[in-house]
Ligand binder design. Structure first.
Ligand SMILES: [Mg+2]
Length: 451
């Protein structure tokens, strides 16, 4: 591990700006939400009064790892969440509370299966190899009724609802509130839209370094859900909450910059036909070659596989891939190159863990650079219409079990994310699959009763 406790402590070193007790006084913070994200992407927190934050900053907030989605037992010692002041976000809708991401530590060592620790490790090793990945994420979500059964807006019924002006107007109070907050936080939001499914929205802010984007992504999901509740609704990022509607994607726009300044995009090459440099193609090659294993992280739930490999939805297209193919500016493939110097990975869905998703993208891409990987032939066809003519492209996993098995076989990615993390993840995801497999469905009755 490149990222040991000493380096975590060094990063969190107390300076005037990082002294949380001092920050609390200056900014009127009464409580800190000391937060970490577990293996399944759930955010866990302790709400610490400002009067106690100095001790927590020094010693960490205690958690029982077994009580969350980690591969731990009730006998494990306390897992300590060490708040990282550089990631602090004061809740714009309740400024007396500040969210602060934590790096998990146990018995003096970083918890190697903790997603934020995994990401920081991968990013540190990529930097040693001269790669500084920046990403933007496009988070899609539905606004639904508090009981989770219906769309929040009963009038949102158009057969092609994408960019529906009236439907987004009905949600103006909530969407503009979130967008204003992103602006206040310095995220540089630039557009919001009604997406392709009834009741579905997407909000975009500017791309940045992988760890920063992951923190913002985690906070964004928390903010959207908390504010939707405040407005009497519920927000869901579930990959496919409604069988006939387009699912929630989480497309990632990826570029690689110089490590020292982060000002030169090394994926950019003006002279290339679609504007990608050799290192950009190699990074993309890594993504393509590891795609089936990638899905175990970017599409981490049973439900994820109802979004990819889906039949056509009510709007006319699923907008999600089913094969490992790439192209220029064409949304029917797994990877699209929409502009020079970056590409869009359309595989991840709304359930993707913000930290693990970035970690596996960086790990796969860096491996591609190291092995001089070629992304394969660019396919400039409509995959929804002509996909059946492509015989040699691998299919994406058909279900979570296939994806976990593909990840388990991918020793390069398992090592890059750390063997302790990888075996913990595979173990918990296998037990999730086994839990699903014991679920008795109506489909079985309908297709088997009279056999
Ligand atoms: Mg979208």
């Amino acid at each position: 591990m490149t990222h040991d406790l000493a380096s975590i402590k060094k990063e969190h070193t107390m300076t005037a700006a990082n002294d949380l007790a001092q920050v609390a006084k200056e900014r009127g913070i009464r409580y800190f939400m000391v937060s970490f994200t577990d293996l399944f992407g759930y955010q866990r927190a302790k709400l610490v009064p400002a009067t106690a934050i100095a001790d927590i900053q020094k010693d960490g907030a205690g958690f029982a790892g077994f009580a969350t989605w980690f591969d731990m037992t009730p006998a494990h010692p306390d897992m300590l969440g060490m708040p990282d002041p550089t990631g602090l976000i004061q809740l714009p809708w309740k400024p007396e509370v500040a969210w602060v991401p934590a790096d998990c530590v146990m018995e003096g060592k970083p918890v190697a299966q903790a997603p934020r620790v995994v990401l920081k490790d991968v990013v540190a090793r990529a930097a040693q190899k001269g790669v500084r990945v920046k990403t933007g994420v496009e988070c899609e979500f539905f606004l639904i009724s508090p009981d989770g059964k219906l769309l929040a807006d009963e009038h949102d019924t158009a057969s092609k609802p994408c960019y529906d002006q009236l439907a987004i107007t009905r949600r103006y109070d909530l969407i503009s509130e979130i967008c204003d907050y992103m602006y206040q936080l310095g995220w540089e939001p630039y557009q919001n839209d009604h997406e392709d499914a009834n009741g579905q929205f997407e909000m975009n802010w500017i791309f940045d370094d992988a760890v920063l984007t992951a923190d913002r992504h985690a906070f964004f999901k928390y903010m959207v859900r908390a504010l939707a509740e405040k407005h009497g609704m519920r927000a869901t990022f579930m990959p496919k909450p409604f069988p006939t509607l387009t699912g929630n994607g989480c497309h990632a726009h990826i570029s690689g910059w110089d490590v020292a300044t982060g000002k030169t995009n090394n994926f950019y090459d003006e002279s290339d036909e679609i504007g990608l440099s050799k290192v950009g193609y190699n990074f993309l090659g890594g993504i393509m070659q590891h795609a089936e294993a990638l899905a175990a992280i970017t599409n981490p739930t049973v439900n994820s596989y109802k979004r990819i490999n889906a039949p056509r939805t009510a709007s006319g297209a699923t907008w999600s891939p089913n094969s490992v193919t790439w192209t220029g500016n064409n949304r029917t493939h797994m990877v699209r190159v929409p502009g020079k110097g970056r590409f869009e990975l359309r595989l991840p869905d709304g359930a993707a863990n913000p930290y693990l998703m970035q970690a596996i993208i960086v790990a796969a891409g860096v491996d591609g650079i190291e092995r001089n990987a070629h992304p394969g032939k660019r396919l400039d066809i409509d995959m929804y219409q002509e996909g059946h003519t492509v015989k040699d492209a691998p299919k994406l996993p058909l279900n979570l079990l296939d994806a976990i098995r593909a990840f388990d076989k991918d020793t390069t990615l398992k090592q890059a994310l750390g063997n302790e993390f990888s075996s913990a993840y595979i173990k918990l995801k296998n037990s999730e699959w086994n839990s699903f497999a014991t679920h008795f469905t109506q489909w079985e009755r309908d297709h088997t009763l009279d056999i």
